[in-house]
Design a binder for this molecule. Structure first.
Ligand code: XMP
Ligand code: MG
Length: 186
């Protein structure tokens, strides 16, 4: 890689506004974890997360959910926002059979709903005992397709957000809070 490219890499993030603080996120995630623990006690559910965006939420939610449960990952790629086809490419599918199992799909954010709608169907046809979607964030105004979301952390305005696992161009995922980036950075 040329030196000029390395030198142009930012050494700090510039955020325009913090939408949800670390404390607000932590408190809500703990509540969701406790709710899930109550709902699934004795059922050993499988938490399925879509990478990469869901990795921090999953890590915190899993630790807040103080009952035995399993973790699985899928890697999906959503096509461009302006596509209304709802086609999602599955790069890595589940490694285990979910038939007869209680599945919790842990999502970072539901925007148009196209990704969730596709993945819900993809999991449902495998006959899990139950399927619950738990999304940290919900941009309701951006919805293009109606899709059920059983548990939502926060409803947020239709703005591009980063942090707490969510990226802009692969950066910002490690911010402990949820932010809107400075448009000059984007
Ligand atoms: P939808 O619901 O539109 O969501 O199929 C597809 C995926 O788009 C990503 N997404 C975002 N990522 N900030 C992000 O960093 C955002 O504001 C945002 N909105 C949508 C996310 O990966 C979601 O799963
Ligand atoms: Mg996602």
């Amino acid at each position: 890689m040329p030196n000029s490219e390395i030198e142009s890499r930012p050494d700090e993030y510039k955020v325009a506004r913090i939408l949800l603080s670390e404390k607000e996120l932590g408190d809500r995630v703990n509540q969701l974890g406790a709710e899930l623990a109550e709902r699934y006690r004795g059922k050993q559910p499988i938490l399925v997360t879509l990478l990469k965006g869901g990795f921090i939420f999953l890590a915190d939610l899993s630790r807040a959910m103080k009952i035995p449960h399993e973790i699985e990952f899928m890697i999906v790629r959503s096509y461009e926002k302006d596509s209304s086809s709802g086609t999602v490419q599955i790069i890595q599918d589940l490694k285990q059979n979910i038939e007869g199992r209680h599945v919790v799909l842990v999502e970072d954010i539901v925007d148009t709903g196209l990704t969730l709608s596709y993945i819900r169907e993809h999991l449902s046809i495998r006959n899990p005992a139950s399927l619950t979607v738990c999304s940290l964030l919900d941009k309701t105004e951006a919805r293009k397709i109606q899709v059920p979301i059983e548990m939502v952390g926060f409803s947020i305005p239709n703005e591009f957000v980063v942090g707490y696992g969510l990226d802009y161009d692969q950066l910002y995922r490690n911010l402990p809070y949820l932010a809107i980036i400075d448009p000059e950075q984007a």
